[in-house]
Design a protein around this ligand. Structure first.
Ligand code: ADP
Ligand code: MG
Length: 330
């Protein structure tokens, strides 16, 4: 869940004196550490950061699977009836449906019944037994984004089967990063970084007009990085199986489910970091590519004009694959 990223900027233009300050604030949001860095005049930054965190908390409530008043909860309890969700939430679900279609169903927010069956909603019970294959088959019949019916006019949504449920865990952080960035922009901020537990947007440049540098965590060595990306006006999000998993009979099962099988993904992929124009896309694609594996990544990245760093396990350790055009250095 929580990815430790090392954020630092490079001095590309020494001697270029600016009256700007770099203001950094952290808060615990969305079950992770949220961090905003702002480069501008101090008071402007402080106001913008405060407003951005307020927006993050407001959206967290709407998008959470657990929170009592969330739209997700309302939809999941609707028993096949339409729910009016408003323009913003509607647009996110529409996007999630589109990404599901373009990834051949590898990314699918209707995966929720399987997350439940596999015990991922039980915080207190880390060890449990593997669900029966018949039960997995039954829950799989509830999965499929084509069963989310959208009414453009009314901005309302129906989950076709009353036992269906959605979970925005693979997309919410990314989307909320984008919204926080919009708040910062609206406050006149041109250079900032918003990081929600590893889902990041780099707005403009960092201190001293240098590019933002985002460290990619080494999945086999917590606290170390394998290299860093040089980014400006881009988002990056990472999916990996190394932080959030359940143990059954000594075997580790990660929290990303393969919608084709109903089982937690078993893969040689250790982590996928996707760079995209917006963080919602980066977040969803990282999850999708984690499901599909490195071999199927390229056409999907191309379709979304995105790039990636994919780390896979090899006999000797790990292998790094980096999209052409990415500025990555180790
Ligand atoms: P993290 O939350 O660690 O950043 P991801 O962005 O990859 O990781 O999201 C994983 C979350 O997405 C899971 O906890 C679950 O809520 C949800 N999820 C699991 N499998 C899928 C899937 N195939 N498609 C869409 N969402 C998924
Ligand atoms: Mg994701």
């Amino acid at each position: 869940m929580y990815l430790i990223f090392f954020l630092f900027s490079f001095l590309l233009f020494p001697g270029c004196a600016q009256e700007m300050e770099t203001i950094k604030k952290g808060e615990f949001v969305l079950g992770t550490l949220g961090e905003i860095i702002c480069v501008a005049e101090k008071a402007t930054c402080e106001t913008a950061i405060e407003k951005a965190f307020r927006e993050i908390k407001k959206l967290e409530n709407l998008f959470s699977y657990f929170s009592k008043n969330s739209l997700v909860r309302q939809l999941n309890n609707a028993q096949g009836k339409p729910i009016s969700v408003g323009e913003e939430f509607f647009a996110v679900i529409k996007k999630a449906k589109e990404i599901s279609k373009k990834t051949g169903g590898a990314f699918d927010i209707t995966i929720s019944p399987l997350l439940k069956t596999w015990g991922f909603y039980e915080k207190e019970k880390p060890i449990f037994s593997e669900p029966h294959s018949e039960l997995i088959k039954e829950k799989l019949s509830l999965v499929g984004s084509e069963k989310i019916i959208l009414d453009e006019e009314k901005k309302s949504i129906v989950l076709k089967d009353k036992n269906m449920a959605i979970d925005l865990g693979g997309i919410a952080k990314g989307y909320i990063v984008d919204r926080a960035v919009k708040v910062m922009r609206d406050e006149g901020i041109k250079n900032a970084l918003v990081n929600l537990g590893g889902d990041i947007f780099c707005l403009g440049k960092g201190e001293n007009k240098s590019f933002w540098r985002i460290g990619i965590q080494d999945p086999l060595n917590a606290g170390r990085i394998v290299g860093s990306l040089k980014l400006s006006d881009k988002a990056v999000a990472t999916s990996g199986q190394y932080e959030n998993f359940r143990e059954i009979g000594g075997k580790k099962f990660g929290h990303i489910i393969d919608p084709r099988s109903g089982y937690p993904v078993e893969t040689d992929v250790l982590s996928v970091s996707v760079v995209a124009e917006d963080c919602l896309t980066a977040d969803a694609l990282a999850t999708a590519i984690f499901v599909l594996g490195k071999e199927k990544a390229e056409p999907i990245l191309k379709e979304f004009r995105a790039q990636a760093v994919i780390i896979t396990r090899t006999g000797k350790g790990r292998h790094l694959w980096v999209s052409s055009g990415l500025e990555f250095s180790d």
